[in-house]
Design a protein around this ligand. Structure first.
Ligand code: G1P
Length: 290
């Protein structure tokens, strides 16, 4: 199946990658978790490839100064290339060709002030464009090989074209067991419209008894640029962090936020167990590595 260029009208994606990777310490003390190999690709390769397959042309990585090593993966390496050329092994770098027409840009988040703040750092570069956000800790695989973010882009554009509802946010939701809701942003479902779930509030990491539903936010979103205003209005939580979930929740009270739930394999590579599971999954299912 040709999985190129789905949903090609959202052209820019923001990938927050500035966190300390505390769940993977001490391994993340020196190496960014986004560079940890998933089978034989750094994790960030998988996230950026998903974007490219969905027709995105520009990536804005949100980094901290200590995580600039991530950029090197996308830079040309003349010395390595001529070495491989001489040995007749240039094909070893073929998986990198997917990035040849994508612009990899970055912004620095000076302090780890939460996911909302990280996304806000990209405001100037995004400008007035609709944009995607992908959290690289989450890998979400669809059985037909389509890049997950393209489903959200399609729904975002389809709903806007129909004009009936004009979502400011489309996000990926997944039903999780009650005891897991405390790990995620969890939405209140106001209404169901066919395959769409209209969101009427979000609680970040609720205790199970306070969760508004069991629909957790997976780290895939499409936003219209108005979300930046909602983030800017968001007050820091008790840890002093600006949460993206809070901004989406407030947006959902006066604008339309749509949840989409699609079946898929969800891997959380930000924890040691999840990281190992993801490696086992890709070792058995290499066709999903692109
Ligand atoms: C973040 C978001 C949360 C979302 C989750 C998905 O949390 O804040 O709303 O459900 O990603 O993985 P984190 O995993 O960074 O704590």
């Amino acid at each position: 199946m040709d999985v190129s260029n789905f949903g090609s009208d959202v052209k820019v994606a923001v990938i927050p990658a500035a966190g300390f990777g505390t769940r993977l310490l001490p391994a993340t003390k020196v190496i960014s978790k986004e560079l940890f190999p998933i089978y034989n690709r750094p994790a960030i390769h998988i996230t950026v490839s998903e974007c490219v397959k969905a027709g995105i042309k520009e990536i804005i990585l949100v980094l901290s100064r200590r995580k600039m090593d991530i950029l090197r993966y996308f830079e040309k390496d003349n010395e390595l290339e001529s070495f491989l050329e001489e040995k007749g092994k240039k094909n070893l770098l073929a998986p990198l060709e997917i990035f040849k027409d994508v612009k990899i840009d970055y912004v620095i988040q000076e302090k780890q002030n939460g996911l909302g703040d990280a996304v806000l750092c990209a405001r100037e570069k995004v400008g007035q464009r609709n944009f995607a956000v992908l959290l690289p800790d989450d890998i979400y695989i669809l059985s037909d090989g389509r890049p997950t973010i393209s489903i959200l882009i399609e729904k975002f554009l389809e709903l806007r074209q129909k004009g009936e509802i004009n979502p400011k946010v489309v996000l990926l939701l997944r039903n999780v067991p009650k005891e897991k809701v405390k790990n995620y942003g969890v939405v209140y479902i106001k209404k169901r419209m066919g395959n769409f779930l209209i969101v009427g509030g979000v609680v970040e990491k609720p205790e199970p008894e306070l969760a508004p539903s069991r629909f957790a936010i997976v780290g895939r979103y499409v936003f219209s640029p108005e979300i930046f205003d909602w983030i800017q209005k968001e007050k820091p939580d008790e840890k002093g962090e600006i949460q993206l979930a809070g901004a989406i929740g407030n947006c959902s009270y006066s604008d339309t936020v749509v949840g989409v739930s699609v079946k898929g394999k969800w891997l959380d590579i930000g924890s040691p167990e999840g990281y190992v599971k993801a490696n086992m999954f890709f070792a058995k299912n290499k066709r999903f590595l692109y």
